[in-house]
Design a protein around this ligand. Structure first.
Ligand SMILES: *Cc1c(COP(=O)(O)O)cnc(C)c1O
Length: 335
């Protein structure tokens, strides 16, 4: 069976409205004086607004169902887009969703935290460093009570989740072919790595010749951290390939990750993000969020300014969907 057929034969629950629009950013392109800019609107995947986690959840929730799960457990930050989309997916599938949020409640519930509540998720507050352990502990407790929990890793970033972005790369390739469009560089935010692993594998399978440039939101280079992020991405891509019957060693993948825009850390808004958010909003009427897409888009603008992305090229920004967090950051964004 061809890989593409295998991918379509994998268990998947349709949760996303796809294909998501691929749109030209003409006014932005004119304002910058190049490169030619495009946007892939995964903010419009349509599950409790949208975002990149919905594509992963199509495969993860199918796996949960196949294993007879009656509830799901996942974790993230208080403004996690992944938790919001998981809560919505669980609601659609009539499953209880437990979200473990790193931190503690402060003030009224805003942004994704409010949406988690509205979507019926049970919120548990834990120490950020203990989220993984706490998920396993909660799973044991629920099992002891007769439930069948399914644990989804942070960001949905394992081999099964990554299949969502393998499929997305097939989708993009088809759109590019129809429009007879050439893209030199695809820029996107990376954090738990599943999106990047899936895109890299997908690019290899469809023969995408351009560059996949990930802007790290919070991960350090492998030689500066005990958590080997790039290695984790290569491993995830290799495991995802194996699910599709392809044997590709981790070392054959070369993730390209830019670490220049970490600022003062995860969720800490500097100057980069508000300027980027305003520019895209005021040229194109498109909203991006302060934590992921604002940082990645701001990084892209700076790389264009430096000439690292050339102005005679064509660049696609992959919108991964986090504008639901804007209100929670009004202190950083309001004028
Ligand atoms: C989770 C997330 C990302 C990063 O995707 P990973 O697969 O975790 O690397 C990027 N953008 C947004 C809006 C996200 O919520």
């Amino acid at each position: 069976m061809r890989t593409h057929d295998r991918l379509h034969a994998m268990p998947r629950i349709p949760l996303a409205s796809t294909p998501t629009p691929l749109q030209p950013l003409d006014r932005l392109t004119r304002t910058l004086g190049g490169p030619r800019c495009w946007i892939k609107r995964d903010d419009l995947t349509g599950l409790a607004t949208g975002g990149n986690k919905t594509r992963k959840l199509e495969f993860l929730m199918a796996d949960a169902q196949a294993r007879g799960a009656d509830c799901v457990i996942t974790a993230g930050g208080p403004q996690s887009n992944h938790c919001r989309q998981t809560a919505a997916a669980a609601a659609r599938m009539n499953m209880q969703c437990h979200v473990l949020l790193g931190g503690q409640p402060d003030g009224p519930a805003l942004g994704n935290l409010l949406l988690d509540q509205l979507l019926g998720a049970e919120v548990h507050w834990v120490q950020p460093s203990e989220r993984r352990l706490a998920m396993d502990e909660l799973a044991s407790q629920l099992r002891a009570q007769g439930h069948a929990p399914y644990v989804i890793p942070i960001g949905g970033s394992n081999a099964i989740g990554a299949l969502g972005y393998v499929l997305a790369m097939f989708e993009l390739e088809e759109q590019l072919r129809r429009l007879d469009l050439h893209v030199d560089t695809i820029v996107f935010a990376t954090s738990s790595g599943g999106t990047q692993a899936g895109l890299m594998l997908g690019a290899r399978l469809v023969g995408f010749a351009g560059t996949l440039l990930a802007v790290s939101i919070d991960q350090l280079p492998d030689d500066e951290s005990d958590f080997k992020f790039a290695e984790h991405i290569r491993h995830t891509a290799s495991c995802a390939a194996e699910l599709l019957g392809e044997s590709i060693a981790p070392d054959e993948f070369r993730p390209e990750i830019n670490y220049d825009f970490l600022g003062d850390g995860y969720g800490v808004v500097g100057c980069l993000e508000p300027d980027a958010i305003r520019l895209l909003a005021r040229t194109e009427g498109i909203l991006i969020g302060p934590v992921y897409t604002g940082r990645a888009f701001g990084g892209m603008l700076e790389l264009i300014g430096r000439g690292a992305i050339r102005q005679d090229q064509s660049v696609l920004f992959w919108h991964t969907g986090d504008e639901t967090t804007l209100h929670a950051y009004s202190n950083d964004l309001a004028e």
